[in-house]
Design a protein around this ligand. Structure first.
Ligand code: AMP
Ligand code: GLY
Length: 426
């Protein structure tokens, strides 16, 4: 089979490595892919942007593609699956009408309210003055969210009215996130541990994957700016079997049913960003795709064949027996360019160590130049390791990450430490 993948991050490299395990896969084309995917035997990258739907369609027409996996948010929200399916190419990923659960936070919030799915209380505004008038009456901290995609930066926690006013000015007046700020949500500030749960659904059956924990801030002890994610561990020790059961009943099944009732059947991966509050688990956000860097710890634990699951999702024949995970744990440490997510330099040559079984180097912001691999982004790569225990996985990921060399390499030193403490207390 010839597979097309649309996206170019560490997540896509992890998906490519997992798909390659299937003997039926002959060729993988990645648009645009990255320097790590380009080095995979049987994989080839082409410089077509993930948001260039015309370019993707033209590529698909001129190559024999048997199946496509669309794993990045913006092409999904823009309707990449609709376009490829119209060409007769079966896809893994939701159509635009279902990808809206990530594309519009206002849509998702209304859906959750309508179907009684637990989430933070909120108000929606399309007008800056009305938002400001409401914010005068709020308790602080509170949360302001731009409606549309904002590269993961659309949620701002504000500690005072002055901060809130400045945020509304940025988002709704200055439009720092463009049209994504035409509408905003002002949301109740919740507290509690966060859990990421990726799940496969064929629109009928939903099968959650192993839970994970992201580390979003740039610096140790959750300090510094918000990033796309500086590391992950799986499973997440806060996510007990009892909580998983509650989430299935109150969140996962109702979400699939709600989307069906709205005529927006979702096929692909729904990512539930959850907060475990004193009043039970609540949805902080939905994403319409695998998480990054959650995928870099979830797929190393997947025992089943990813392509077979993706085909079953597309064909509406998913069942929970198809999705098995190994016992044990995984940790991913992101090695970034110093300064990320603000200013950083790129273009440095990367030296990579050999990997042993249970170790994975997932390349994100790096490009291939002849035989060399050069840094080209903020998050350069993820060093992931499997371990029989969480402690072993963390040790393995750090041992691997420390062998990666480039001039301005930076990593957090405490990925997984909170999870270890929780595990010890349990
Ligand atoms: P989002 O873009 O919706 O995923 O939000 C990004 C991050 O902001 C989340 O991972 C949380 O840490 C935080 N956050 C979002 N919504 C809330 C909320 N209602 N209360 C507290 N923190 C929140
Ligand atoms: N790690 C969070 C995300 O993929 O959105």
């Amino acid at each position: 089979m010839n597979i097309l993948i649309v996206g170019g991050g560490g997540r896509e490299h992890a998906v490519v490595k997992a798909l390659k395990q299937n003997k039926k896969v002959e060729k993988i084309y990645a648009l645009p892919g990255n320097g790590g995917i380009a080095r995979e035997e049987g994989a080839e990258c082409f410089p077509v942007k993930a948001t260039d739907l015309d370019g993707i369609e033209a590529f698909a027409k001129s190559h024999k593609i048997d199946f496509a996996a669309i794993t990045q948010d913006d092409p999904l929200v823009m309707g990449c699956v609709d376009r490829l399916e119209a060409l007769g190419i079966p896809c893994f990923g939701p159509r635009a009408d279902a990808a809206i659960i990530e594309g519009s936070k206002v849509y998702s919030k209304n859906l959750m309210k309508k179907y009684g799915i637990p989430t933070a209380d909120s108000e929606t505004f399309t007008d800056a003055e009305a938002a400001i008038a409401y914010l005068k009456t709020c308790a602080y901290p509170t949360v302001i969210k731009a409606d549309g995609l904002a590269a993961g930066k659309g949620a701002v926690i504000v500690g005072s009215f002055d901060e809130a006013k400045a945020t509304i000015d940025d988002v709704m007046v200055k439009k720092v996130f463009g049209a994504s700020g035409d509408k905003v949500l002002v949301e109740e500030f919740l507290t509690g541990p966060e859990v990421s749960v990726l799940s496969f659904t064929d629109g009928n059956v939903i099968v959650p994957m192993v839970s994970s924990m992201d580390h979003k801030r740039a610096k140790d002890h959750d300090e510094g700016l918000n990033t796309g994610g500086m590391g992950t561990v799986a499973p997440n020790p806060y996510y007990t079997e009892e909580i998983a059961k509650e989430c299935m009943e109150k969140i996962y099944l109702p979400t699939v049913a709600a989307l069906n009732a709205e005529g927006r059947t979702f096929k692909g991966c729904i990512f539930f960003g959850l907060m475990l509050t004193a009043k039970g688990p609540k949805v902080i956000e939905y994403n319409c795709r695998f998480g990054d860097p959650e995928t870099q710890v979830v797929l190393p634990l997947l025992e089943s064949d990813l392509l077979e699951i993706m085909l079953a999702v597309r064909e509406g024949r998913l069942n929970s027996d198809m999705v098995r995970f190994k016992e044990g744990a995984a940790c991913c440490v992101i090695v970034a360019s110093e300064g990320y997510p603000s200013h950083y330099e790129t273009g440095y040559e990367i030296s990579l160590p050999e990997t042993k079984e249970g170790e994975y180097l997932y390349i994100a912001g790096a490009k291939a130049q002849e035989e060399k691999l050069l840094t080209s982004g903020g998050r350069v790569l993820g060093a992931s390791a499997f371990g029989n225990t969480l402690q072993e996985a963390i040790g393995g990921a750090y041992a691997l990450a420390e062998k990666v060399k480039f001039q301005n390499a930076y990593m957090r030193k405490d990925i997984g430490q909170k999870a270890l403490q929780v595990q010890k207390q349990a």
